[in-house]
Design a protein around this ligand. Structure first.
Ligand SMILES: C[S@@+](CC[C@H](N)C(=O)[O-])C[C@H]1O[C@@H](n2cnc3c(N)ncnc32)[C@H](O)[C@@H]1O
Length: 253
């Protein structure tokens, strides 16, 4: 009788612990959802307030950012780099808000040009509309390039990347922005960028790789640094994580 009673108490205790744990878990999930939605609203309102100020001073604000696009802290560093270094030839993998911001920054240096690669026709059309609505479409050669198998089996990632002709890069790249293909294609989908384009980088060229907070991008950078000892890397704690790499040149990082 005593043994049965003890066992019953044990079951009761275990049952109530599981119940309490489940209630806490449900509560935490709800809390996370609320915090996420609140911070999204704060972000939207900050962007909207900035837009109101710009509109009132006669300037055209940037479109509101989406979860797919590069975050404002990444865009700020990218624009600052272009304003500071005036790169002559910029290549971008994955078009969108980044393309617009780079074109607007480059408009200050009319000798520079941008070649952007995009695998989705809808995204290419949307970026083209964006560029022409800001009057900077002439600065960008926006190519639709399907993703095709590019690397041999022995590489870290033997999947697909943009179908491009190496002759496109003969003038030497000064800035390479890697924000595509998206990770839904493959977590290592951005790996081919440097494997294919490293030899086209000018000395001192910089590479901006977005989404460094993801495991795939960390793995990609590790592999790049091993393959190309001439590269130096700096991590910047932006909201999505940024890796800036530089090919040794006159002014290394
Ligand atoms: C991470 S996004 C970044 C694009 C660009 N650099 C920017 O900041 O806007 C990379 C790719 O995702 C794809 N993409 C963009 N918007 C999308 C959407 N709403 N649904 C699915 N794919 C999208 C496009 O092919 C784009 O090149």
């Amino acid at each position: 009788m005593e043994v049965f009673f003890e066992g019953g108490t044990g079951y009761l205790l275990a049952g109530s612990s599981i119940f309490t744990f489940t209630v806490i878990l449900v509560y935490l999930f709800r809390l996370e959802k609320i915090v996420r939605s609140e911070s999204q609203q704060i972000k939207q309102n900050q962007e909207a307030l900035l837009s109101v100020h710009l509109l009132l001073s006669g300037k055209k604000p940037l479109p509101q950012s989406t979860s797919w696009a590069a975050a404002p802290d990444f865009l700020m560093l990218l624009v600052a780099d272009i304003v500071e270094r005036s790169p002559s030839f910029i290549v971008e993998a994955g078009s969108g808000l980044t393309t617009l911001c780079m074109a607007l920054a480059l408009a200050r240096n009319p000798t520079g040009k941008i070649l952007a690669l995009e695998h989705r026709s809808q995204s290419r059309a949307a970026t083209l509309d964006l560029l022409s609505s800001y009057g900077v479409d002439q600065l960008v050669d926006l190519r639709e390039a399907p993703l095709v198998p590019v690397l041999e089996k022995k590489r870290l990632y033997k999947g697909r990347w943009y179908d491009i002709h190496p002759g496109l890069f003969s003038s030497g790249i000064d800035l390479l922005v890697v924000d595509g293909p998206p990770a839904v294609v493959d977590p290592l989908a951005r790996y081919p960028a440097l494997v294919l384009l490293y030899s086209c980088l000018n000395p001192g060229a910089r590479i901006f790789l977005d989404d460094y907070h993801r495991k795939g991008e960390v793995k990609i950078v590790k592999a790049w640094l091993k393959l190309f000892p001439d590269l130096h890397m700096r991590y910047v704690a932006t909201s999505k994580g940024l890796a800036i790499l530089e090919k040794s040149g006159p002014e290394a990082l």
